[in-house]
Structures are given as structure tokens and as C-alpha cells.
Design a protein around this ligand. Structure first.
Ligand code: AHM
Ligand code: MG
Length: 346
């Protein structure tokens, strides 16, 4: 007899409907947006799974707004999400890592109350080598719900605490979708034979403290002294054996964050002398990951401030990120601010 892998069979559509039931005022618009998005994620997953067999590997001739060469799968994923999100008429504007400017949806007399921001294919450097990549998204309500004007950049530049929903898809050993609407974060695994995301982890909880740290240690030389001290500290054996931490780093934020929220520990991309604001983008990477982390009982900060409280000024702005188990992130913040008691004697 095959082993039972899910306690009760709940598809993502069932789950989205159940969540809608928590909001008696809901009109179904939000549900329809989430369903369109999961269609896009299934299409991207299908092409990621066949990468190498189809013509999606390698570079296009373009460079993106960040000066990076654009890969074919980046462009494909960006197009799929934009096409899927135009369907319902409920999205008024979008912003993507791959588009320099906002994308106003092209639907006459139907402006939509919602907007979506996304990184269509996170972990681009891992695409061509069969290593886990992902998609990150956040959904907001527009600032003025009574407006019949087109969506604008002001709608996109809302602080992360205003997210109505956020999540990511991870194209790894299986395709996993984690999403939240502010009532816990839940993971679904795609069964490719039936094309459905099935609930596999309800209400994920991150341990208060972990044993893993995840950071690009190749940047050690460029970090501030405080960050170096923190990383030295978590690598130094302690009498109670709570340290050293083990190191894990994939180089795809979605994958490193997913492991961190499930197993605990800390993921960070701090500022350094080459990248004074870190590398990750606030609007379509850090905010969604931060909302998921908080919904799992973890913490996400820029070293001092809660990520979700930061008001973005630019759709592509970068932010340092410290995310994971609450105690680990608090400890990293203490080092970052030069306030950790051990810092004086290190
Ligand atoms: P991308 O969106 O262009 O793929 O860049 C973001 C990625 C993150 O997924 C990851 O955490 C980071 O860049 C890795 O950067 P580095 O190679 O500097 O460690
Ligand atoms: Mg990215």
C-alpha cells in the first residue's frame, strides 16, 4: 500500500476558499487573483522541470535594470505571471524585478482594487546548473480604493505591513508553494501528475533558535567589523555546545529562507562595502519573505528596523536582510548595533 503523505486532501484552491470564509465581506476578487497566480506558478514549474530539454536555458541579449544579464527563464517567467495576472481585471498595476517601470494593466474601465509585485525567477545564477530557484510575490490593495485612475507607483511603494498576501514558490526537489494572507503561513507541494498543489504543512512554526546560519561568506572581507564579529561568534564552539552553527548557503534567497523558516537559524544578506544597502530588493523580495517569516513566528529586520515597517522610496531599492528564528535575529541585531555583551571581549 502506498504511504499516506497528507492527512487530509486539501488543494490550494480549497484552502484559498476556506481563507475567504474568514472574511465575510470578501467579494471573491482576491480569491480569483490567487487562483490566477497559482496557474502561473504551475506553468513556470513545468518549464523549470524541463529546463535543458526545452529552449529556456542560457542568456537573452538583454541586461536588466540592475545591470545583470537576463536569462531566458527570467523573461519567460515574467511574461507568464504578467499574462496570468491580467486575466481577472482585479489587478490595476504590477511591478517586477525584470521591468524597470511599473506595469499598468491594460484593461479599459476596469481598474482593479489590487496590485502585485514579484520576482519572477529568484536565484538566477542557479538556473543553468539544476539548483533550486523560486518565485516571490506580494499582493496589496491599492492606496485609494475609490479611485478610477490607473494604478500608480504610489500604490506599489507601500510598506510591507500593508501586504494582503505574500508567498513564494520553490522549484527544488519538489515544487513547494508557501503563502500567507495574515492567518499563518502554509506550504503546498505540487503533485505534477494531477497539476494540483496539495497542503503539506499547515501553520508553519519556526523554532525560536536554530543551528544553521546562511550567508555569502565570500563577502567577509567587505563586511563591517560588527557583522564579522557576529559570524565569528556563531562559528566559535561554546561550552554548552549550542555553537558552532552549521553553514548552509544556496544563493537563492527563496531556498535559503525556506530552509531557515522550517529548521530555524538565520539567513542574512548584510550591507557591505561593495553593496552599501545589501543585495536583496525591498519591494518584491524582502517584504514577502519577511511577512512569511513573521507569520511563522520568526523575525525579519535590516539590522535595526523591522523590514515590514520600512517605507520604500523606489521600486528597485535594496535593503540589508536578517531573517529567521527570533532569538538568532535579535542576537545578530545586537552585534550589528555593537550592543552584544560579548563584543567587548572578542
Ligand atoms: P536574483 O533575483 O537576480 O536571482 O538575485 C537575488 C539572489 C538571491 O536569491 C540570493 O540570496 C542572492 O541573490 C545571492 O547573491 P550572491 O551570489 O551575492 O550570494
Ligand atoms: Mg531575486
Amino acid at each position: 500500500m502506498p504511504a499516506m503523505t497528507t492527512q487530509r486532501l486539501t488543494t490550494i484552491s480549497h484552502h484559498i476558499d476556506d481563507e475567504q470564509g474568514l472574511h465575510p465581506e470578501a467579494t471573491g476578487e482576491f480569491t480569483s487573483i490567487l487562483n490566477d497566480l497559482t496557474l502561473a506558478l504551475r506553468l513556470i514549474s513545468r518549464d523549470v522541470r524541463r529546463a535543458g530539454l526545452n529552449d529556456v536555458l542560457g542568456l537573452t541579449r538583454d541586461t536588466n535594470v540592475h545591470g545583470e544579464q537576463v536569462r531566458k527563464l527570467d523573461t519567460y517567467s515574467n511574461d507568464v505571471i504578467k499574462r496570468a495576472m491580467q486575466r481577472s481585471g482585479h489587478i490595476c498595476v504590477m511591478a517586477s524585478e525584470e521591468d524597470e517601470e511599473i506595469v499598468v494593466t491594460d484593461i479599459v474601465n476596469n481598474r482593479g482594487k489590487y496590485l502585485i509585485v514579484f520576482d519572477p525567477l529568484d536565484g538566477s545564477s542557479n538556473i543553468d546548473v539544476g539548483v533550486t530557484i523560486g518565485t516571490i510575490f506580494s499582493i496589496y490593495k491599492r492606496v485609494d480604493l475609490t479611485s478610477d485612475e490607473a494604478g500608480s507607483v504610489e500604490d506599489v511603494l507601500q510598506p510591507g505591513y500593508k501586504q494582503e498576501a505574500a508567498g513564494y514558490a520553490l522549484y527544488g526537489s519538489s515544487t513547494v508553494l508557501v503563502y500567507t494572507t495574515g492567518h499563518g503561513a502554509h506550504a503546498f507541494t505540487l503533485d505534477p501528475t494531477i497539476g494540483e498543489f496539495l497542503l503539506t504543512r499547515e501553520n508553519i512554526r519556526t523554532p525560536k533558535r536554530g543551528k544553521y546560519y546562511s550567508v555569502n561568506e565570500g563577502n567577509y572581507y567587505y563586511w563591517s567589523e560588527n557583522i564579522r564579529q557576529y559570524v565569528d561568534y556563531i562559528k566559535t564552539p561554546s561550552k554548552d555546545k549550542s555553537r558552532p552553527y552549521s553553514h548552509r548557503y544556496i544563493g537563492t534567497a527563496v531556498a535559503d529562507v525556506h530552509r531557515t523558516i522550517i529548521y530555524g537559524g538565520i539567513f542574512m544578506y548584510p550591507a557591505d562595502s561593495k553593496a552599501p544597502n545589501g543585495k536583496l530588493r525591498l519591494v518584491y523580495e524582502a517584504n514577502a519573505l519577511a511577512m512569511i517569516a513573521e507569520q511563522c513566528g520568526g523575525r525579519a529586520s535590516d539590522g535595526q528596523n523591522r523590514i515590514l515597517d520600512i517605507k520604500p522610496n523606489n521600486i528597485h531599492e535594496r535593503v540589508p536582510l536578517f531573517l529567521g528564528s527570533k532569538e538568532d535575529v535579535f542576537e545578530a541585531e545586537a552585534f550589528f548595533m555593537g550592543e552584544h555583551p560579548l563584543q567587548q571581549i572578542l
